[in-house]
Design a protein around this ligand. Sequence first.
Ligand code: AHR
Length: 796
Amino acid sequence: MIEAQGKLLVHTKRRGALTGDLFGLFFEDLNHAADGGLYAELVRNRSFEFDPIDRHDYHALTSWEKVERGGGSGVLAVEDSHPLHSRNTHYAVIQVLEEGGGVGLLNLGFNTGISVRQGESYRFSMYAKRDAAWDSQVDIRLEGADGTVHARTALCVHSAEWSRYEAELTAEATDHSSRLVILSHAKGKLCLDMVSLFPKNTFLGRPNGLRADIAALLAEMKPKFMRFPGGCLVHDGSLNSEDRNSMYRWKNTLGDVSQRPPRRNNWGYHQTLGLGYYEYFQFCEDIGAKAIPVLPGGYDPHHKRIVPLEELGPWIDDALDLIEFANGDATTEWGAVRAELGHPEPFGLEYIGIGNEEVGEPFFERYAYFHRAIREKYPDMKIINSSGPFAAGTEYDRGWKSAREMGSDLVDEHYYMSPEWFLANYHRYDHFKADEPKVFLGEYASWGNTYYNALAEAAFMTGLEKNAHAVGLVCYAPMLCNADYVNWKPDMIWFNNHQVFGTPNYYVQKLFMNHQGDQLLHIEAQGFADSPHQVEDVPITGGITLATDRCSARFSDIQLINNVTGEVKSYEGLADEVAPAGYDAGQRLLPSTIDLGGTGWDRYTLRCKAIRTGGKNGFVIRFGVKDEDHHLYWEIGGWQNQDSTLCSRVGGRSSCLTQSLFTVEPDTEYLLELEVSGRSIRASIDGMPIHETVDQLPMIEPLYYSSTVEHATGDIIVKVVNVREESVTAEVELEGMGPGPVAGEVFEMSGCLPTDENSFDAPTRVSPKERAFQAGSGCFTYSFPRQSITVMRLRA
Ligand code: AHR
């Protein structure tokens, strides 16, 4: 028998914090997560409302083509003079000049086309009117790209007024590149709008429903909550709710889908809003997840649009009305709307988020008004504040300060980092207190969908779980991605028009949700020798370069000072003009960086003056440069020239260590100072400190672990992550379990290469295996395989 290298001691009678609603989901309509994704509508641009505002190459007939068969001819146009509804103004008009074998239009669907499966039924509907030939039939067909008919039916459009028509089609073949074809066989005008096709088999068979395969993957996770409808989607927009590119206003998303306004999704596409707030609440209820809606806080940090305080009333009303919509009985104004939509019982909303990763005082000033109004009317509602898109720094601190002052229940933290950052920050929440606002880790992911990413996230998640006293809610982001419409990577679940697969990250999330347990058990590691894998506290040494971000700049008075010996290196004679690589007016090649060479010093200060001479944004100082993929950098005036950030880059993946607001002004000289001591970094501008942080290296723990008990079953759950390259054998002692044998199940992810990923062809290559487990007593020896994630579910 292999000797144990240490012990994991689980005190089954020493119970800690309740885990509550810890692990859940975050839904944002990016990557075509809704339209062309979870929302099961198969017709793309069903209401002919696509517009260049949504995306420069969109138009009202995007995804539609004219069809002329057998000598038929006609004109396909878009009109708006007699619309179906004032919010749905465009409709298609087919003017048949020669009937031939039929004239009409076809829809190309999403991805390769409309996916149909043999024997499956589809619900077709459309609004239509015509000016003649009332008894002539309109053919509705599902056809392959080569014209093979997979299903057909016919309808008579018998009115000159808009009417809704529907029919059911059953496919005779499976074809993922089908088209929906509508053909008229009579001369005259046929007007069409809201041309829709849904699989009959939506998730739980709901009308206007969700794609069953994607929804099932989500339901199988058993999430405790779902945050929706986004992300940047919530606050990136104009202030007028009637604008096509307005911030996400929930009231626009209710009711008859033909009357929901077309919307420009800030991720650069059209959003039908067919998946709206009612559908989100319904889906949450269907999968047993608590709904966590996030509302805009009257401030768009992307474009600095700010609702004047005296006009904030309707925005606050939106929040109060939403709570009434979710929880009010049918006698209330908004409760009645919900009842009318088909859900007389309240949805039981417990949480509401105001704002999404806002940066800047205008948001927090406005948050206070929302907070007070909600607290006063709904004292039990848990209110979520925001702390920006950075894991540390002045904006992060501002969010937490606001949350403490206001008494927010939770603070939404967001960060996307390297796997190494997650390992290095395993103890991030250890010092957080139970009597403060709780952490809502509302968006996080390590950069990638490999097994290694999932492993690092699993290790980090044991740290989240162990700190359930302070960490209230956690969800990975983003959740869904249509492989042909990618806005953001990585993502938890990938799909096309007929396939879906969970990434290794998905399976980790699922394991933690399926086996969350209800209450922490005290667990400790004993006796493990110091890890030979612990990364030594190596100072930050290596190359230093000065560069710019979308601008030209002049650097001068460059000095590198050894803070131990006092030695000073000056860089007289180095070209000091930096511009984006290119040519100046005299066709001379401008350098894109100034290379100061390398340093082996472990305590040094880099000092220089910098002035932006043209363009936007500001300066980038790289230090500790090993290569393109391994270095640190100080970015001054990055993104929208509103931040200063200190970042580390490991394996080509960046982590923002800390951030402060800072804008580089043109023709203004700045004194930049960067002080490095070991792995500590301080930065100042014009003598004013702006950053202080530590670039922690991952300290590979012998094992990462947590333990909970599930109240209903009494099951003891132990989660153990081994990120090392060899197995770790431990004695596992379930103290207090009694002397008898224990049995249960083990769920294990192992045996994969760190680079392994799942795909459409190998959707479960990286996924857990389940097996039965038995031991003679509550004290047994267990080998945790190299690079593995193990969840034990045990009972006496
Ligand atoms: O998850 C993708 C985006 O990341 C979200 O929209 C935003 O909140 C964050 O910046």
